[in-house]
Write a protein that binds this ligand. Structure first.
Ligand code: GTP
Ligand code: MG
Length: 416
């Protein structure tokens, strides 16, 4: 496929780090699982009635297995999520299409997207569609069909449609990225419900603004609510339709500076999510339509009525946005998603350690009791005594090593 400055050229995408981290955390949990199984087998092997291990301790260790399996389940579903917001017709759907390098989402003048549409990768060869009310997979072959499917369903603005799109057709989706398109922030009063439903687990927010006008209060209010509910959300501002500036070249620099100053002031002074220096890397001037046109049809660079004077610079800026965005997305997702798992893994391993140490302590006491019961030289006691000797030396070391090993791995993975 064409690779015009799309951030997926020869250099590895920063998004790959997410996959690596995911595998690594998965490995750690496999190790923890095997430690739990070993501990469980050992504890179950201790003869009952020796008062060395309590029923509660045994059950707790068994319950760890379920907990680890649960974390593994969540882990396998973890992805990087980005949501797009902005006023109607600013070009949200077009931006997503440009990033996917295909005209997947319906776009057009007027109010087009009327509910949330989540695009995610699928291992199938054909794309399909899922609605919230059923498990039926509705097939989609073309954008026209999709538009039809979307318009056929009368949905609430906070309803969600999922588009499962073949990973083989899109690099971005291969790396566990999920993109969420939204209706215009100006069409619904119920934006709080949107935030609760779609934004709490988002890693990055993209505000698609219209460079032909200016940031509107509705857009600002929406993001002010978002940053109220989430601590320091990652927000990018795209001044879309920047191709319009081609018709007024003499005003271009001035307009750009005006937008830039206002966008930065919004991010820094109003939202307080980044400092001034960081904010410069969060604001871009792009033309989603040009990016989509040059990526989805013909040879890149072939003249098209949709490409305005100076389009190369805008295409370059779009690719630049993607690169910066991918780095931010990946970093945030690794941190928020895997740090949680790592913490839970640490807690689990230290709980296991506490139990094993308690068992060790109980076994030492039992050993002392058995020694004081002189005269009783039954083979049973002899057996228990050797068992316990084994426990005190080998197992204690093993537990120590195990916990250190897990902690090291977790710390290493987190650092990476
Ligand atoms: P809703 O779904 O209705 O909220 O709109 P949206 O934000 O998804 O906008 P959409 O992507 O549907 O684009 C609206 C119209 O603007 C379409 O006709 C696009 O072709 C056009 N458009 C999108 N991006 C650009 C751009 O960069 N430049 C120009 N000139 N037109 C654009
Ligand atoms: Mg749309």
């Amino acid at each position: 496929p064409r690779q015009l400055g799309n951030g997926h050229g020869h250099t590895a995408s920063p998004l790959k780090i997410f996959g690596h981290a995911k595998n690594k955390v998965n490995e750690i949990f496999k190790t923890i699982t095997s430690y739990i199984s070993e501990s469980d087998a050992f504890l179950t092997g201790i003869p009952e009635g020796d008062n060395i291990v309590t029923r509660e301790q045994l059950e707790e260790v068994k319950a760890f297995k379920g907990k680890v399996a649960g974390i593994g389940e969540v882990l396998s579903r973890d992805h990087m999520k980005v949501v797009f917001f902005g006023r109607t017709s600013n070009g949200k759907s077009t931006v997503i299409n440009a990033m996917l390098k295909t005209k997947l989402l319906p776009s057009g003048i007027g109010h087009t997207t009327n509910c949330f549409v989540q695009v995610e990768g699928s291992d199938t060869h054909e794309g399909y569609l899922l609605t919230e009310d059923s498990d039926e997979q509705k097939s989609i072959h073309s954008v026209r069909e999709l538009a039809h499917a979307l318009s056929g369903v009368k949905l609430d603005s906070s309803a969600l449609i999922k588009i499962k799109w073949p990973k083989e057709k899109c690099v971005l989706l291969r790396d566990d990225v999920v993109l969420v398109d939204s209706p215009g922030v100006d069409v619904s009063g119920d934006t709080d419900a949107w935030i609760d439903k779609f934004c709490l687990d988002a890693d990055v927010f993209v505000l698609v603004a219209n460079a032909e006008s200016t940031l509107m209060q509705t857009e600002k209010n929406f993001f002010l609510r978002v940053s109220d509910k989430l601590s320091k959300p990652n927000i990018f501002i795209l001044n879309n339709r920047w191709d319009a500036s081609a018709s007024e070249p003499e005003m271009m620099e001035e307009v750009r500076k005006q937008h830039l100053d206002r966008n930065i002031a919004f991010l820094v002074d109003e939202l307080k999510v980044v400092n001034r220096q960081e904010a410069e890397n969060r604001v871009f001037f792009i033309s989603a339509r040009e990016a989509l046109t040059s990526r989805s049809q013909g040879q890149p660079g072939t003249p098209s009525p949709l490409l305005q004077e100076g389009y190369q610079a805008r295409l370059f800026e779009f690719a630049n946005f993607e690169r910066t965005f991918e780095e931010c997305l990946c970093k945030s997702a690794v941190k928020t998603k895997f740090e949680q798992h790592a913490q839970r893994g640490k807690t689990l391993s230290s709980q296991l350690r506490t139990i094993m140490e308690a068992v060790h302590e109980q076994s030492l006491q039992a050993k002392n009791r058995s020694i004081t019961q002189r005269g009783e030289t039954s083979s049973r006691l002899q057996f228990v005594s050797t068992q316990l000797d084994k426990l005190s030396s080998e197992i204690k070391d093993q537990i120590k090593l195990m916990v250190e090993d897990v902690e090291n791995k977790v710390a290493k993975a987190l650092n990476e």
